[in-house]
Design a protein around this ligand. Sequence first.
Ligand code: UT7
Length: 332
Amino acid sequence: MSDFNATITGVQGWVPEHVLSNKDLEKMVDTNDEWIRTRTGIVERRLLKGEDLATSDMAVECVERLISKTGIAKEEVDLIVFATVTPDMVMPDTANTLCDKLGLENAFGFDLKAACSGFIYAITVGSQFIQTGMYKKVIVVGGDKMSSIINYEDRATCIIFGDGCGAVLLEPTKEQIGYRDAVLKSDGSGREFLYITAGGSKKPATKETVEAGEHFVIQEGRSVFKYAVKGMCSVVEELMKRNQLEISDIDWIVPHQANKRIITSVASSLKFPMEKVTMNIHKYGNTTAATIPLCLWEWENQFKKGDNIILTAFGGGFTWGAVWITWGYEAG
Ligand code: UT7
């Protein structure tokens, strides 16, 4: 280990223009605006439209802006860690495609698949490369084109998800800021509640699997909801306990945006004030790996240097966790 820590020195988000509102969904499935708002907090979500447009295309828009905003040169980027469950293709990795499309000639990259916890896993992985002293400029991306794996005839899933992308730049620091600690968990027995049946090595895609819609997400929402609240509360508490942090030491909680009721339940269990919890689910829905960096992007101007921020997520796998960061700059 070197004596450097990894800190976020810039954040950027990008969402597609096309809006799919609750009213639009009323025309597609048996649902209504009132049910969606009260059960999830979602009002609209963004969808990536356009032939051949994929997750990497959202990341190109996002990372190009991040690079120009932070003023680094493309040649300086060492590594891209790309959290996604909707890669452009099963292979190669979307990170490789992104490096090529952006001309990041000196970077290598790989995808990381941990569903809605993808970003918190990925920022942990990216930070290690800086803390060891191996690399100086690591970009962590969370991006998903969920509309590519959602069945718009299934009201249990199509009302929730949206498309989007967020990214952060990690750089070394000698200050007491940046990535501090994480509690990360997974439990494969949760795979029966949130999954895609076909398209993997267990059940490769065939004409029959496609006709049966087995390439779409299946979710047993009520069970996932319960595990999500319990899981996120317990990792946040474990993280705080082992770092002797009190609730009053935490300035912000940035939770995965899956359901407004999950977020408010977690905050209430932790006795944490909602005005210090980031929430933009009403605009974007659940963008899987993108929710946390999209929140960091939208709250960047409110964060102050030295703020203690906890990122927490729960998702398919099951995967879940919490990451403690100390914010390193004032954007305003
Ligand atoms: O991000 C990855 C992890 N995912 C999550 O964290 C998602 C966790 N789960 C959830 O957010 C919620 O479970 C959902 C939003 C998916 C569903 O909300 P719910 O309050 O758990 O609803 P439910 O599935 O228990 O269904 C309640 C009722 C049912 O009707 P009956 O049986 O009570 O008559 C459903 O058929 O609501 C009905 N329903 C709907 N009604 C209108 C289910 N979906 C809809 C819908 N519109 N879209």
